[in-house]
Design a protein around this ligand. Structure first.
Ligand code: SF4
Length: 341
C-alpha cells in the first residue's frame, strides 16, 4: 500500500507554506470571503480585493447591512459576479437565521447560498477543524500524480474516490495545515506544466515521479469546447457629453451590473455593420470568459440609438466610478472613452 504523504507534507508546509493574510485567522467569515474570492482568481490578484473587501465589510453584519450595488462595486473587475451576490444573500441569511454565527460543520454550511461542497469543506477544515479534505484543481493534480491514477478528473466517480482519500489524509494531521499544504504544493511545486519534482517533499513515494509520467497526469475526459459570440457596443453621449448606461437584469451573465448599450448579433451581421458603419467604428476587442469568447466592436453613436438597443440613462463622466461595470465594459472605457473626459 502506498505511503501517506501527510507527514512529509506537513513538515514541508511548516517551512515553505505561503504567508497569506487569511491564514492568520480562524475566523470563518474571513476564510469564507477569501475562499470565494480565490475561486477563478489568482492569489496575487485576489489579495488586494480581499484586503479592500475586509476593510469595508469587516464582519458578516457589515456585509449583510450593505446594498447589493455596493457589494458589486467592491467586486468590480473580479468577474463571476454571482459570487458577490451569493455572498451578500448568504450574509443576510446568517444574520436572520443563525444570529450571525457560522454553523460549525461543513454539512450545515452547505445550506447557505453559494456555498458548495468545496467552500463548505474549506471553511469547515480551516475554521472548525472538520476532518475533511478540500479538493480544488491543484489538489486534483497532486492526488492524481501522487497516486499515479489515470481516472479522468472530470468524472464524478473520480471525485468521489479522491474525496475519500483526502478525507482520510486530512484526519491524519491538523486538517487546516494539511489542506493548506496540499494547495500550496499544487500551486508552487506540482505545477501543471513543469512540476518541480526535485524540490517536492513527497517525491519519494510519488508514483508519477517514480514512473516519469507526471506530464501525462491528470487526465480529463471532456475537453472544454469554446464558443464565440459577437457583440456591438455603443458609446452614446447627450449634448452635455453625458454617457448612456443601463443596468443589466437580475439574472444571467453579469446580473445587476451596469453596462453601455449593446446588442448581440450573428457573425455575418457583425461584419456587415463594421463595413457600412466604418466611420463610427472605434475598434474591436476580444473578451475571454471561461467557455466563451466575446468578440466586441465598439461604435460611437452619432444619433440616438433605436429603442430596443438604446434604453438607459445618461450620467456625467465623473459618475462612472460610482457604478459597478463588468471587466469588458471597463476595458471599453479604458480604450475608447475620450481621454479629456
Ligand atoms: S513528485 Fe513531482 S509529480 Fe509527484 S507530487 Fe511532487 S511535484 Fe508532483
Amino acid at each position: 500500500m502506498q505511503k501517506s504523504p501527510v507527514k512529509d507534507l506537513l513538515e514541508w508546509y511548516a517551512v515553505e507554506g505561503r504567508n497569506l493574510p487569511w491564514r492568520e485567522s480562524s475566523d470563518p467569515y474571513q476564510i469564507w470571503i477569501s475562499e470565494v474570492i480565490l475561486q477563478q482568481t489568482r492569489v496575487a490578484q485576489g489579495l488586494s480585493y480581499f484586503q479592500r473587501f475586509m476593510e469595508r465589510f469587516p464582519t458578516v453584519e457589515d456585509l449583510a447591512a450593505a446594498s447589493q450595488d455596493e457589494v458589486l462595486k467592491y467586486w468590480e473587475g473580479l468577474g463571476y459576479y454571482s459570487r458577490a451576490r451569493n455572498l451578500h444573500q448568504a450574509a443576510r441569511t446568517l444574520i436572520t437565521q443563525f444570529k450571525g454565527v457560522f454553523p460549525p460543520t461543513w454539512e450545515e454550511l452547505l445550506g447557505l447560498k453559494g456555498i458548495g461542497p468545496y467552500t463548505a469543506r474549506a471553511i469547515g477544515a480551516f475554521a472548525f477543524g472538520n476532518e475533511v479534505g478540500v479538493i480544488d484543481g491543484n489538489v486534483f493534480r497532486v492526488v492524481s500524480r501522487y497516486t499515479g491514477d489515470f481516472s479522468p478528473i472530470d468524472l464524478g466517480s473520480t471525485r468521489k474516490k479522491f474525496q475519500i482519500l483526502v478525507d482520510k489524509w486530512a484526519a491524519e494531521g491538523d486538517p487546516a495545515d494539511y489542506n493548506q499544504a496540499m494547495m500550496d504544493l499544487g500551486a508552487t511545486v506540482c505545477l501543471p506544466r513543469n512540476p518541480n519534482c526535485a524540490a517536492c517533499p513527497v517525491q519519494e513515494h510519488c508514483v508519477a515521479h517514480q514512473k516519469s509520467i507526471q506530464h501525462s497526469l491528470p487526465v480529463k475526459q471532456n475537453k472544454v469546447s469554446r464558443s464565440v459570440k459577437y457583440f456591438n457596443y455603443y458609446l452614446e453621449f447627450d449634448p452635455k457629453q453625458q454617457i448612456k448606461v443601463r443596468q443589466r437584469p437580475e439574472t444571467g451573465i453579469w446580473a445587476g451590473l451596469w453596462e453601455i448599450p449593446n446588442e448581440e448579433v450573428e457573425a455575418e451581421a457583425w461584419n456587415e455593420k463594421a463595413f457600412s458603419q466604418r466611420e463610427n467604428l472605434l475598434g474591436e476587442m476580444k473578451h475571454v470568459l471561461t467557455h466563451l469568447d466575446l468578440m466586441i466592436r465598439v461604435y460611437r453613436a452619432d444619433s440616438p440609438l433605436p429603442e430596443g438597443i438604446g434604453a438607459g440613462k445618461f450620467i456625467s463622466m465623473d459618475k462612472i466610478s460610482i457604478f459597478a461595470f463588468s471587466r469588458a465594459v471597463l476595458k471599453i472605457f479604458d480604450n475608447y472613452l475620450p481621454k479629456n473626459s
